[in-house]
Each structure stands twice: as C-alpha cells, then as structure tokens.
Write a protein that binds this ligand. Structure first.
Ligand code: BMA
Length: 381
C-alpha cells in the first residue's frame, strides 16, 4: 500500500506538472503573434531549458580567435573544451551602410554561412547591432543629443534610418534553413541604453523616444518587412538597481521576448565582490520580472578582459550563476590584438591560456550548456 507521504508527493508532482503544461500552453509564447513556428518552438524550449541550466555563448566564435582567423571548424571554445558554444553572437554594425564587412572586419557572407551552419546543427543565434549614428554619420559611440529624435517618424533622418532597417531586414531574410525556413534570431538592438556612450543611450534621448525607437523598429521589421523569426531582447547595461529602473525604457510586453543586461569585471581584484554583487542582484531583479511577465532572462554580454584571474569561471561566475534560473550568457569576442587601438581583447581562454583548465571545469558543470547538449535539447521542434 502506498504511504500517505508518497501519495502526497505524487499529488504535488501532478499539480506542478499540470501547472507547467498550462503555463507553456498559455502565456509562454513569443511577443510576435505571427511568430514562425521555429521561433515559437525556440522560445518555448529555451524557457523550459532554464530548468536544466544556461546556454554558454560566445561572440564571433567561429570567425576568429586570439591567434587565428577564418580557419574552417575552428573555435577557441572548441580548442579548450572539445565542444562548441551553445549560442553564437554576431554583430551587424556597418551592414546598414551597405558594407560587405562588419565593423570588426567580419564579412557578412561568411557570417551568413556560420549562422546557417550553427542553426543546421541545432545551435542558437543572437544578433547585436552597433549601428552608425544616422544623424551625424559617425559610429555608434557618438552620443550626439537628438540622434533618436531625428530618426523617428517625422524626423529629418527618418528615411535614412529606414534604409538602415531595409539592409538589416534583407540580411535577416537571407538566413534560411535547409527547407527554406527563416532562421530564428535573438535580436538584441539598442543595447546598453542605460549608459551614456551610444547614440541611443540615456544622454542622447528621452525614455519616451527610446521606447518609440524600439517599437518603430520592431513594427517595421515585422510588419513592413515580414520578419517573424525574431525573438527580441530588451538589454540594459548594469546601471539599474530594481524593477522600476530596469523597466524605465521598456517598450512593452508586445515587443520583448528576452530581458538581459551587460556587465564586465574591470577591477583586477580576483574575487571582486562588487562585480559579484552586481551579477547577483541584477539577475535577481531580471528573474523576478521575467517570471511575472513570462519573458526569458539572460546575460546579454559578460567578460573580464584577458581573464587575469585563472579561476574566474569556477570561483567567480559559476557560484553566482548557480543561484539563478536564467537562459544564457554571452561572452564577448576573442579579438586578440587590435592594431588600430593597440589593445588586446579576449573574454574566453584559448588553448594553453592560463585559464583554459578552469574554463574546462566550468564546461563540465551540469548547468553549463554547450553545443552538444543544446543539440540534444532539440530547440527547433
Ligand atoms: C566592443 C569591442 C570593439 C567592437 C565592438 C563591437 O565592445 O569589442 O572592439 O568593435 O564591441 O563588436
């Protein structure tokens, strides 16, 4: 005979399971009512996958690493762990100008084949856009006041801005799977807007202008350009402290699927409690909001340039990540030496780097999801 305890446990399990099913059938859906089926599946599956862990992503992973460029099949993550990232970040800056390469020198033709290859295997793709300033003609890091006002409907640069979006849309439309289906994209425009360095940031436009820009761009891509494969990310910097400050420029649930923030460790302290507290407290705010609104929380960008502390992944990141239920983390790019700025930039270790062993330990943790596990999760069905 079943004991009362066991019966209660069973009942509790049943209630939990039906709750999840109800949730997944009801409110857990992309913000675009006409989302493609692959985008819908991806959203629901990424929502569910948070029970298991978080995807580990890397910007420009397949294009280059610290000591190499464009070697077929190569990836610094693969060199160190034996597997590829679960998520790939790509950047569209300069596409809006009609250029063949992005601002970091990655040809869009190559980017397209990397994206198609990753999707064909079952991986996830996220896209950022350091768009040039349409008002001044300078780059994204030109916070000239009035830039956003100028490109909203009625503004002097509105038509020019539409040509920017047209080029973005054409590229996105060219990203197709084997059956001609549009590849779902986690689209993360106008990020780090709580900071003052970009032309869409706090110094350059009002909250209302930002929301209008976000909505106009999403509506234009969806309705004028027919892109329904986008899962859209509202991505702040780490300046916010609570729900109200995070949502200050939130364009509304109808425009957002993912909510995320960017953060970097800068101090050379190994265990930097300020940084850890930021990651912890910001994730807590994000996860709370995401739970209430049925959105997916994530870390949009993260890193500790050149990884000066050899246990950073297992002793700083892993413990704080473990406390939260979120979808993914994207490490920024392994640019290596940049002659134009004479800086060296990389956020994940490469073969024989002093943090390689630690990153391998991080990779082995059950909650860190790299490509092999992401493929198993069958996110597109
Ligand atoms: C920055 C740096 C730059 C790069 C930009 C856009 O944080 O990596 O070198 O041009 O991102 O990718």
């Amino acid at each position: 005979m079943l004991k009362k305890n066991t019966l209660l446990k069973l009942l509790y399990g049943l209630i939990l399971a039906s709750f999840t099913i109800l949730q997944l059938n009801g409110q857990v859906a992309p913000s675009d009512k006409n989302a493609t089926k692959e985008a819908k599946w991806l959203f629901e599956n990424m929502y569910r996958l948070m029970d298991k862990g978080y995807l580990v992503g890397h910007q420009d992973d397949l294009a280059y690493g610290v000591h190499w460029k464009y070697e077929k099949g190569r990836s610094d993550v693969k060199d160190v762990t034996g597997d590829y990232p679960g998520l790939y970040g790509w950047e569209l800056g300069n596409l809006e100008l009609g250029r063949e390469k992005n601002l970091d020198d990655v040809p869009f033709d190559k980017m397209r084949s990397y994206i198609q290859g990753a999707y064909a295997k079952g991986g996830v793709v996220t896209i950022s856009w350091h768009a040039n300033n349409p008002l001044t003609g300078k780059n994204a890091w030109d916070p000239a006041p009035g830039s956003v006002a100028a490109i909203l409907p009625g503004g002097e640069k509105h038509d020019l801005y539409k040509t920017y979006l047209n080029r973005v849309a054409a590229f996105m439309h060219s990203l197709k799977g084997k059956k001609g289906e549009p590849i779902p994209l986690l689209w993360r425009p106008f990020h780090e807007h709580t900071g003052g360095w970009f032309w869409w940031g706090v110094k350059s436009c009002s909250d209302d202008e930002y929301k209008k820009l976000f909505r106009f761009s999403a509506d234009y891509l969806r309705n004028e350009k027919g892109l329904h494969q986008l899962l859209i990310g509202y991505n702040t910097g780490s300046e916010f402290t609570d729900e109200a400050t995070f949502l200050r420029r939130y364009p509304g649930d109808a425009y957002v699927d993912f909510i995320s923030f960017d953060t970097y460790q800068h101090s050379k302290e190994n265990i930097d409690s300020t940084f850890i507290n930021i990651v912890d407290s910001r994730l807590r705010v994000l996860c709370d909001i995401a739970g209430k609104r049925h959105k997916i929380p994530a870390v949009g960008e993260i890193g500790f340039n050149q990884i000066p502390y050899e246990h950073w992944f297992t002793r700083v990141l892993a413990p704080v990540f473990k406390k939260h239920r979120f979808s993914y983390v994207l490490f920024w790019r392994n640019a290596g030496y940049k002659p134009y700025s004479q800086e060296t930039e990389f956020f994940l270790p490469y073969k024989n780097h002093s943090s390689a062993a630690d990153f391998y330990e991080f990779f082995k943790k059950p909650e860190t999801l790299f490509e092999e596990e992401v493929i198993k999760a069958k996110l597109y069905q």
